[in-house]
Ligand binder design. Structure first.
Ligand SMILES: *Cc1c(COP(=O)(O)O)cnc(C)c1O
Length: 422
């Protein structure tokens, strides 16, 4: 069933560390060898052994319209024909910036970069420059890309590294990073008091998505916003994943909390490499060349990614509504199946993303997510054999798209019911 994938993996491990270009793809947390992909088709992924799966990975979030949607393919082809990069401004960057702002009015200015990692790293630099302070508070189990300062504790990817600095990251690079538990406003209050006058920003995923989907407990985000105001600290929402997934306006619209800075990526590139950071005009005006905070990029704002992003955001509301509907139906179906089978699960769903935790209790923190992760590999493989491709890690969210229709939802729920009975 996976012969060709196994052969290709045997080849790739000789030249690529772990055989992959990003760690989670290697199937380390579920065992076995990764599927090599032949192509994507709407909600389906087809591997090199011609197995066909309903895809809930969707490249870890960007593909809100599924694989290779006609409008995106056409936009990318048209852009490619007239040049893939110029190192000079194009009109489309302004168009994409305006489209982002329509959905997220807290972004008064935007800088485009090439990945979420780059955007988070740059937002931290900007926050430090703006406040003249160095400390950054982040939440346990949240992922803000792999820049040194934010790798102190970084969710899914480096779960096993615990609270130690990652190898290759000097202790000096994370000395100013303070890690607190998510969904614990008291912990933030304590950290702000302990480091009074030293904290530049709190950066967080407003709905955690890199320890599975863990929504904020009621009142948490408004309280964090109040605390940051009281202590005169910037609030940075990392909406690389939640931006245009939990609602058409991101988590900031859903919870009505306005951050000072927002980091974006994934969906805004329509499946091509992109990242962005933006927010209050007085802060963003510090970015070079308008201000003194240096940050640059050869391929930043390139016409391929920007064109794909424009097409994606032009139909965002429609795409989001369909994708969120699919996620809701899958979540309800799994809950009902688990009830019938008396299997304790917690299905968390936020718009077009969801997670299944094998826990009898609600999961609100990274420790709780970790505690129930052991049951995941078995269900992952049981579903894969039934044509359902979930992320190969219990700490990655599941994603739906606008082309995950009734048929895919029904087949997924049926497969879950069978897999839960195994
Ligand atoms: C994916 C992700 C990132 C990193 O984005 P890349 O484009 O993979 O560098 C940062 N923050 C969050 C919340 C993410 O989900």
């Amino acid at each position: 069933m996976y012969n060709r994938s196994r052969q290709l993996f045997a080849e790739s491990v000789q030249v690529l560390p772990g055989g992959v270009s990003s760690p989670v793809r290697a199937f380390g947390s579920v065992g076995g060898t990764p599927l090599f992909v032949e192509r994507g088709e709407g909600p389906y992924l087809i591997d090199v052994d011609s197995n066909r799966y309903i895809d809930y990975v969707l490249s870890y979030g960007p593909l809100l319209m599924g694989h290779a949607p006609g409008v995106v393919v056409e936009a990318v082809q048209a852009a490619a024909r007239t040049g893939t990069s110029f190192g000079a401004p194009t009109e489309k960057e302004t168009v994409l910036a305006r489209l982002v702002m329509q959905h997220m009015p807290s972004l008064e200015m935007i800088r485009f970069v090439n990945s979420g990692t780059e955007a988070c790293m740059s937002a931290v630099r900007l926050a430090r420059a703006f406040t003249g302070r160095n400390k950054i508070i982040m939440c346990e189990g949240h992922y803000h890309g792999h820049s040194d300062a934010l790798l102190k504790q970084a969710g899914s990817g480096v779960a096993t590294l615990g609270l130690q600095s990652a190898p290759g990251v000097p202790a000096s690079a994370t000395r100013d990073t303070v890690v607190v538990p998510f969904n614990d406003a008291e912990a933030i209050r304590r950290a702000l008091t302990e480091h009074e006058g030293e904290v530049a920003a709190i950066i967080m995923e407003p709905v955690a998505g890199n320890m599975g989907v863990v929504p904020p407990v009621p009142g948490y985000l408004p309280l964090v916003r109040d605390l940051t105001r009281t202590h005169d600290v910037l609030l940075v929402f990392d909406e690389v994943m939640t931006g245009f997934r939990v609602s058409p306006g991101g988590a900031q619209a859903l919870f009505d909390v306005r951050p000072d800075l927002t980091v974006l990526g994934k969906v805004i590139g329509g499946g091509l490499p992109i990242g962005a950071y933006g927010g209050r005009r007085d802060i963003m005006e510090m970015v070079a060349p308008q201000g003194p905070v240096y940050q640059a990029g050869t391929l930043s704002g390139n016409p391929l990614a920007v064109s794909a992003g424009c097409v994606m955001l032009e139909s965002l509301r429609e795409s989001w509504a369909l994708a969120a509907n699919a996620a809701r139906q899958v979540a309800n179906g799994i809950n009902e199946a688990a009830d019938r089978l008396r299997v304790p699960v917690q299905v968390t769903q936020a718009g077009a993303m969801f997670s299944v935790f094998f826990s009898p209790e609600p999961v609100n923190s990274y420790q709780e997510a970790k505690a129930c992760s052991g049951a995941y590999p078995k269900i992952f493989w049981a579903l894969l054999q039934r044509g359902i491709y979930l992320p190969p890690s219990p700490f990655e969210a599941c994603f739906t798209s606008s082309v995950h229709g009734r048929e895919e939802v029904d087949r997924t729920v049926t497969a879950f019911e069978a897999a839960l009975s195994v």
